[in-house]
Write a protein that binds this ligand. Structure first.
Ligand code: NAD
Length: 493
């Protein structure tokens, strides 16, 4: 039972650690210089733990361990079936701990508890998926009968550096760890400094599943220090990064001298385009979910809604009313739909955009702290209508529960508005005209398009953005390709 009552206010998970260490070569260790950084919980904004702050020396140690495990250890040479068995055990352990994982993730990041639970299960599924994929992997062979045979020899690359953000951190880490390990690489993970708690569980999970020491290494720390050292390390040929576009640009430049393999999943400002012939009930439900689930802290958030003029007034009125009914609450409360934003710095950024929005658009719902939440990083679902295309709240990623609605008249105008930003991650199209749905999908500048749907995705499909939203794809065989070299072997008969 929760002594703090049904709202979950003041809830603290049992057995919270007070400090978090690195995990290098199968051992939990502090930073060599003993440095730590503070981690806050987003409801009280008080420091609840100290995490080891990695420096270049710690990264060097982790990379050396990963390199040894790659060159001397059994991992890269194991049969895919053997690695797959171990990774299925990882999935089973993650799934069996989903309640604990969700509780910690929700406490550390402010995600509503019910949504954190879904993310823990997705993490388990990511491991199962890649564990199966490497067993089913078939590579090409080309024959000129009687003359030659040519085949593709797929090989793990080495030490992969994985750098991840604070939104749904555990799940996003699994999305990189799964394919990197399944293909036989060894890894150094640098999780986001706002939310290191759930990542600290990986060490125990991998150990219990039988992953050999040195295959998985974790270095906590700040991006500019630990992350930077990983990016610049000469023995790390691959960097898989998820985070802001501006950080991605910096990493791109810093990795250039080593010509590293880069996978970049970056920011977004994705449009949801609602045509007058759409099923408005479904479009409203989906576009509410699309920007207010996960606290609006999701890369694929449909944070700009473009609505055809004929239904614009009705849409705005109904959308605003529904946004006001979204339940803001303590992350631990099962009724909560929008919890607390991750960190006071991020809260200030989102509140800054809300203030700006008052002069750039027409506020129709929310607009700041909800009533009854005087402290903590709580923001009411906020809706601005009549937002022009040159507004900053139309152009820039806010990464919170804030949405801009803009009217359009023609399909051509909708396309121009949809494409009129630097980002190109996702697009959502609502229309009952089949031809229009598919031609719009063809022309919209987005790595992923959802037609009359939301949030459904098969793990075999490519995941990634165009323009400032990223470089390369994750998902299915795209991830396998990123984490492997495909060597061509030619034989004359
Ligand atoms: P961020 O770029 O600030 O940080 C991401 C990670 O990079 C952190 O671990 C950070 O410590 C590290 N980092 C920071 N500076 C670094 C440097 N100079 N060198 C190496 N590492 C460095 O991003 P964030 O605020 O943690 O995450 C939110 C952002 O992530 C949003 O822009 C969001 O859209 C994006 N995101 C994209 C996807 C996607 O799949 N496209 C998914 C989730 C989040």
């Amino acid at each position: 039972t929760d002594p703090t009552g049904p709202t979950g206010a003041g809830h603290r998970p049992a057995d919270l650690p007070e400090r978090i260490q690195h995990y290098i070569d199968g051992e939990l260790v502090d930073s060599l210089d003993g440095a730590t950084f503070e981690v806050l919980d987003p409801v009280s904004n008080e420091t609840y733990l100290h995490a080891a702050a990695g420096t270049q020396a710690d990264v060097d140690r982790a990379v050396a361990a990963a390199r040894r495990a790659f060159t001397e250890g059994p991992w890269p040479g194991m049969l895919p079936r053997e690695r797959s068995r171990i990774l299925h055990r990882v999935a089973d352990i993650v799934e069996s701990r989903d309640a604990r994982l969700a509780e910690l993730e929700s406490f550390d990041s402010g995600l509503p508890i019910t949504q954190a639970l879904g993310q823990a299960r997705r993490a388990a599924e990511n491991f199962r998926f890649f564990a199966d994929l490497v067993v089913a992997q078939a590579d090409d062979t080309y024959k000129v009968p009687g003359r030659q045979v040519n085949y593709v020899n797929r090989k793990p690359i080495g030490v992969a550096g994985l750098i991840t953000p604070w939104n749904t951190p555990f799940m996003l880490e699994s999305w990189k760890l799964g394919p990197a390990l399944a293909t036989g690489n060894t890894v150094v993970l640098k999780p986001a400094e706002f939310t290191p708690l759930s990542a600290s569980l990986w060490a125990g999970i991998f150990e219990e599943a039988g992953v050999p020491p040195g295959v998985f290494n974790l270095v906590n720390g700040l991006g500019e220090e630990a992350g930077d050292a990983l990016v610049k390390h000469p023995d790390v040929p691959l960097i898989s990064f998820t985070g802001e576009s501006s950080t991605g640009q910096l990493i791109f430049a810093n990795a250039a001298p080593h010509l590293k393999g880069l996978s970049m999943e970056l920011g977004g400002k994705s449009p949801a385009v609602v045509f007058a012939d759409a099923d408005l009930d479904a479009a409203i439900d989906a576009t509410i979910f699309g920007v207010f689930s996960l606290n609006g802290e999701r890369c694929t958030a449909g944070s700009r809604i473009l609505v055809q003029r004929e239904v614009y007034d009705e849409f705005v009125e109904r959308y605003a009313a529904q946004a006001q009914r979204v339940v803001v609450g303590h992350p631990h409360d099962e009724r909560t739909e929008v919890g607390a934003l991750v960190h006071p710095e991020h809260f200030d950024k989102v509140m800054g955009y809300i203030e700006l929005g008052r002069s750039e658009g027409r506020l129709v719902a929310g607009g700041g702290r909800p009533e009854g939440f005087e402290t903590g990083n709580f923001v009411a679902p906020t809706v601005f209508a009549d937002v022009p295309r040159d507004a900053r709240i139309f152009q820039e990623e806010i990464f919170g529960p804030v949405v801009a609605i803009t009217p359009f008249d023609t399909e051509a105008e909708a396309l121009e508005l949809a494409n009129g930003v630097r980002y190109g991650l996702a697009a959502y199209i609502w229309t009952n005209d089949l031809r229009r749905a598919h031609t719009f999908a063809q022309s919209v500048e987005a790595g992923m398009v959802w037609l009359n749907s939301n949030n459904v995705r098969d793990l075999r499909t490519p995941f990634g953005g165009v323009k400032a939203s990223g470089l390369g794809h994750e998902g299915g065989y795209r991830s396998i390709d990123f984490y492997t070299d495909q060597q061509a072997v030619h034989i004359t008969l």
